[in-house]
Every structure is written in structure tokens, then in C-alpha cells.
Design a binder for this molecule. Structure first.
Ligand SMILES: [Zn+2]
Length: 382
């Protein structure tokens, strides 16, 4: 199948982050297996979703894992000019949800399969396709663990095909979303002197987060990133009923994005200590006061590939781009990096088009990615 036809098929499965993905993963499995390649599915507990991995080539140490995710972000509230789940071609652009992020890369991997099989590979190439990436890179840790358990040999590299316009991405910030809930007391606003407003207490916590970012920005910087420091940001807040009622409940969601040098756990511990401090203080006046923190997803580690790592030169050689860059979005690259693989993000399409209405990739980017994978095959056949 041509890369464009495979992409059209992949786009036709409207699998959002969190959704069941068995249909798309079975389609991929049924595409791969007739080539004589055994695939392994890694299902979730409920068996409603699965990741897939397979090896092509010899069972020897080395080689590369090509990683992609089968889920996409929602289209709700976005104004599309075409059906987001029907790949639509116009002026060399291929429109569809996931065309850039990141079914384009999976399509290139699958379209390259016949030539990968024909090659005399000296090192293996693995495919690793996950689910639930868009809601916190949830499936990657189990997929990586399964790969380590399944194969007796160890892969050396991982290329994560997130849209980077095929430019090698050597670093990304670590990221985590947190929900903070504050329970105060209710009452008439005229009695605020004896009540505990959840809104007022929330603002102390939010100001603390902002001050923490200032402190971190002065303490540690990494100029590969924009901005060069870790960031903390509250993106959603709700609570309160009326101007003249003291709010007894507030919730806000915030994210922290850390440069590799900063320790995300240390930031959480500082924040949790401050929350504890406030609880102890306020409970002297209102014993039921509470602050609860919940991780919306487990922290996704940073990607911190050194310029001297072989994966950088390899990716630059096969992609034909001698540059490198860093990004600030979450991706499974951090998890592959943490698991010990030399990892890099490099895939077709632009992140500028990801997650938006009228998301697209171009025929040119897909063709270039197929060429890149052909060069990768040559590198591993020597
Ligand atoms: Zn993605």
C-alpha cells in the first residue's frame, strides 16, 4: 500500500486519547503479519486497548525502536473545512485529525515495511505503537517494559516520530498536570471574618506557584529551551456561587514543565509542604479545612539527549538535517530516554498544525520520511 493510502486508513479510525483502540491496532497487526513478522499486543487490564510491538531483523543487540501513538486529540469545538476523519487532499496537503500528530509517521513505517524486510539487516528495527499518549503518555511505560521482557537482546536507539518537520529534537521538558482542590467553609460574605474562603486560600497557593516559577527561573536555566527555565501555570479554575456567598470549594488545574536539570519531584514536595503548612494554620480556626492534590497523570520525564550521543549524528545523517532543536510539549521520548535508549524525536509534519482545526501534513513530508527510513535501513544493513 502507498503511504497516502495507509494514512487515509489510519485517519479513518477516530481513536481519541482515552478511547478503545483495538480496531486500529488490529488493522495495523493485520497489515504487518502477512509480511511474516510476528507482532505482540500489550493490552490494558480491561482488554479494551492495546499497544503493539514487533521486531524486523536479527535478534542481536543494537538497532532502533520506531515509536508512534495511535490516539489523537478531540475535534470538538473546532471548525474544520473537511471531515476530520476522512483524509482530504488539496494542493499537496493531506488534511485529517492525526495526519501530523502522529499517524503520518506510523503510515511511513508501515509503507516502508516491504523494503525493510527485503534488506539484509545486521541490526533489528522495531515498531512500537501505543495508545493514550494524548492524555499523559499513559501506555508507554508498560509498552517499554514489555519490549524489554519480550526480546532477549537490547535495542540501542528510539526514534519517536512526533511531527518535527523531520528535524531532530534532542530535548523536551518533563511535564505533569495536577488538580488542587480546596475545601473551606460556606456562609454569608458579610461574615468572612469568621469563615474560610476556598477562593482566598486558592489564591495563596496560586501565587506560591507563580513565585516558585520565578525562583526556579533565577536558579537554573537551560538555554536550549524557550523559555530557558521550568514553568508553572494554572490553566483552569472554578468555584464559588455568588458574590455574597463565601466559597466553600474551589478547584484548579495546573501544569509544571521542567527543564532536565530541575527535579519535578522536589517541586511537588515543596508545594505539598506549603499546602500542609496552610492546612495546619487554617485548621486552628476551621478544623475541616483541607487541600487535596491529585496527579492528573503520572509525571512524564524530560528528554535530555546529548549532542555527542550517536543517535544525533545518525538522525541528522538519515534526515539530511544537520540542525537540532528542543520542544516543550509532552511525548513518549522522555520515557524511552528514561528507560535507557538513546532517544530522539523526528517525524513528518509540523507541530504547528498538530491539535488544530484543519490539521495537515504534506505529501512532501511523507515522501521525505519514507526516504529517511530507507536510509536508516541502509545504515543498519552495513
Ligand atoms: Zn503526538
Amino acid at each position: 500500500m502507498k503511504v497516502e493510502d495507509i494514512l487515509a486508513k489510519l485517519v479513518s479510525f477516530p481513536v481519541l486519547g482515552g478511547d478503545h483502540n483495538l480496531e486500529i491496532i488490529h488493522w495495523i497487526q493485520n497489515y504487518i503479519e502477512p509480511f511474516g513478522i510476528a507482532t505482540t499486543l500489550v493490552p490494558n487490564k480491561e482488554k479494551t486497548k492495546a499497544s503493539l510491538h514487533c521486531r524486523i531483523g536479527p535478534s542481536v543487540d543494537g538497532g532502533v525502536i520506531l515509536s508512534g501513538h495511535t490516539d489523537v486529540v478531540p475535534v470538538k469545538g473546532q471548525s474544520w473545512d473537511s471531515d476530520p476523519f476522512i483524509l482530504t487532499k488539496k494542493d499537496g496537503k493531506l488534511f485529517g485529525r492525526g495526519s501530523a500528530d502522529m499517524k503520518g509517521f506510523i503510515a511511513c513505517c508501515l509503507a516502508s515495511l516491504p523494503s525493510i524486510i527485503k534488506a539484509d539487516l545486521k541490526q533489528p528495527i522495531y515498531f512500537a505503537f501505543s495508545y493514550d499518549e494524548e492524555i499523559g503518555c499513559l501506555a508507554a511505560p508498560e509498552l517499554i517494559e514489555h519490549i524489554k521482557k519480550t526480546y532477549s537482546e537490547n535495542a540501542k536507539y528510539a526514534i519517536i516520530g512526533e511531527p518535527s518537520s523531520l528535524e531532530p529534537v534532542i530535548g523536551k521538558k518533563g511535564v505533569c498536570y495536577v488538580l488542587t482542590e480546596v475545601n473551606g467553609s460556606a456562609g454569608h460574605s458579610s461574615g468572612i471574618h469568621k469563615e474560610i474562603s476556598a477562593i482566598h486560600e486558592s489564591t495563596r497557593l496560586i501565587i506560591w506557584l507563580e513565585n516558585k516559577m520565578k525562583e526556579l527561573s533565577q536558579a537554573t536555566q537551560d538555554h536550549r529551551f524557550k523559555p530557558p527555565h521550568s514553568t508553572l501555570h494554572v490553566g483552569q479554575i472554578s468555584g464559588g456561587v455568588a458574590t455574597n456567598i463565601v466559597a466553600d470549594y474551589t478547584r484548579f488545574e495546573w501544569d509544571v514543565r521542567v527543564i532536565p536539570k530541575d527535579d519535578i519531584k522536589a517541586i511537588f514536595n515543596d508545594y505539598f509542604s506549603f499546602c500542609k503548612e496552610r492546612e495546619l494554620e487554617v485548621r486552628k480556626r476551621f478544623p475541616d479545612f483541607s487541600i487535596t492534590n491529585t496527579f492528573v497523570h503520572p509525571p512524564v520525564p524530560a528528554l535530555d539527549t546529548k549532542l555527542a550521543d550517536d543517535i544525533v549524528a545518525l538522525t541528522q545523517k538519515i534526515s539530511g538535517q544537520n540542525s537540532w532543536k528542543t520542544v516543550s510539549y509532552a511525548a513518549e521520548a522522555g520515557q524511552f530516554h528514561e528507560a535507557g535508549y538513546q532517544s530522539i524525536i523526528c517525524g513528518p509534519g509540523s507541530i504547528e498544525q498538530a491539535h488544530r482545526a484543519n490539521e495537515y501534513t504534506t505529501q512532501e513530508q511523507l515522501d521525505k520520511c519514507v526516504v529517511m527510513l530507507q536510509k536508516l535501513v541502509v545504515e543498519f544493513s552495513i
